[in-house]
Each structure stands twice: as C-alpha cells, then as structure tokens.
Ligand binder design. Structure first.
Ligand code: KIV
Length: 278
C-alpha cells in the first residue's frame, strides 16, 4: 500500500487495516500478512520498554525501532509516531526529528493533537513528508486528560473534535487516527472528511482500524475493552516455555537430531539465517 492508495480506498469504501510493529521479528510477520500499513507507534515505550505511558518515548527510540521495522517491511506503508514534545520545541528540532524518522525508513509521521502545532504540521506536509493526524484520546495528553478517558462525549468537546479533524485535513494530513471517541461522532467525522479515518476504540463506522499487535495477539497485559484478542499469545508462549523447561529438565531435549556433532557443523548457521534473512 502506498500513500496514494489511501484516497482511492476511501472513495470505494475498501477498509484499511493498520497494525503496530516495533521490531524486525514482529514486523516480518506483519509484512507477510495482508495488513495494509505498519505503525511504529510510541506505544513501544510501554510494550517494548515497560514504561507506564507513551510519554517516555524519545526521537532516538522511535528512530531505532523504525529502522528495525523498515529492515523487515518492504512494500507496505510505514508510519512512525512523532513522540511527546517533539513538535513543541520549534520548527528546526521538529524537522530534525522528522528527518531522523524518514532516514530510519518511515514514509510518513503521525502527530497527536492539533492546537499549537498547526504551523509545524503544514511545514512537514509542504516538505513532502506525509502526516497522519491523531485526535481523541491522544495518549501523550493523559496528564491533561487525567487518565485514559474517552473524548468527545459532550457536545462542546465533540464539536471541537469535528473542527480539529477538518483543520487537520485542511493542513494536508493524508489520514487521521481517531481514538476512543463515541461511535456516532467517529461516523460523523468519517463522513465529513475526504481523507480516511482510522479508528481505535471508535466503533465500526471509520474507514479502517488500527490495533497494537501485542494487544490483539494477547501478548501484552490486559488490553482495553475495545481490543479483540485474535490469539491467546501469552498462554501459547508460556506453555511453549514450560514445555522447553520440562524437556530440558527431563533430558528429552535436545535429541541427537538437534545436535551439531554428527553433521560436521553444516547446520550451525541455519537458525540465525532463518531468524534474520527472511
Ligand atoms: O502508539 C500507538 O500505538 C498508537 C496507536 C494505538 C494508534 O498511536
């Protein structure tokens, strides 16, 4: 999927799927799948680094993980998050951050919120780096929101979100992520905008959906209620680890076929090749 496909999909009603990836192993799985688009989300601060919120993500972290993802993903759009405060330190630092992410392999950046960074969004777009907007429960704003709370629930805040979504489109964003807003509001914004709206916890009326991969695979903690678990990954992985542990302790693994000594070293490199050279 290319950026230019986004508008066509909106017109024809073909839904867009986006999934997060932060490392080469999971990105290779996303690349092998039919999922349209990969997001190197700043949620990596929590999922990969065990932090309490996305506020801990830095430009350096984002660039490192984007490069790891880009090595595994070819032919799908890679979007990277601009982390907390990276668009609030002036035009030059913001553009340096965009450059780091682009050189790491991002083909677009996602920016949370709107107020106060209109000029920077416009400048990034005019510099030919596509920008994806992100409104609603923007996790970088949890300190202002007082926690992970759905947004746009009263009339005034709903109208504010509609106006902000329209402004992001006017500034040149190619798509918008709408997180944790009421279904009807998400539908209204989706119908008003020409650019695709990708929802998360915003119901089925949007033009597409995004999920954190570790959430939908059941690998990361207890996910929010809007996440559908497509796999009981935690259970499967822990069961596999327990099998390994038990087989080691009972001398079941390794068997002769897993050893190298009878093969004159010819398979010694194979596991590394299969992990790294897909
Ligand atoms: O950082 C992230 O993973 C995100 C998505 C959940 C939209 O922003």
């Amino acid at each position: 999927m290319k950026i230019t496909d986004f508008y066509g999909y909106k017109k024809t009603g073909r839904k867009i799927s986006m999934i997060t990836a932060y490392d080469s192993t999971m990105a290779a799985l996303a690349a092998e799948s039919a999922v349209d688009c990969v997001l190197v989300g700043d949620s990596l601060a929590m999922v990969m680094h065990g932090q309490d919120s996305t506020i801990a993500a830095t430009v350096e972290m984002m660039a490192l993980h984007t490069a790891a993802v880009a090595r595994a993903v070819k032919g799908k759009l890679i979007v990277a998050d601009m982390p907390f405060l990276s668009v609030r330190k002036g035009l030059q630092p913001a553009m340096e951050a965009v450059e780091k992410l682009a050189r790491a392999g991002a083909q677009a950046v996602k920016i949370e919120g709107l107020e106060g960074h209109e000029e920077i969004i416009s400048h990034i777009v005019k510099s030919d780096m596509p920008v994806m907007g992100h409104l609603g429960l923007t996790p970088q704003s949890i300190n202002k929101f007082g926690g992970y709370k759905a947004q746009g629930k009263d009339q005034a805040s709903a109208e504010r979100l509609v106006a902000q979504a329209q402004e992001l489109e006017r500034l040149g964003c190619f798509a918008l992520v709408l997180e944790c807003v009421p279904e009807r509001l998400a539908g209204r914004i989706t119908n008003l905008l020409k650019i695709p709206v990708i929802g998360i916890g915003a119901g089925p009326a949007t033009d597409g959906q995004v999920l954190v991969m570790q959430d939908m695979l059941g690998l990361y903690g207890e996910p929010p209620s809007f996440v559908k678990k497509y796999l009981d990954g935690r259970r499967l992985v822990v069961d596999a680890l327990n099998n390994f542990d038990s087989e080691v302790k009972n001398s079941v693994f390794p068997e002769t076929k897993h050893g190298d000594s009878e093969r004159n070293g010819e398979v010694a490199e194979a596991p590394y090749k299969s992990a790294l050279r897909r």
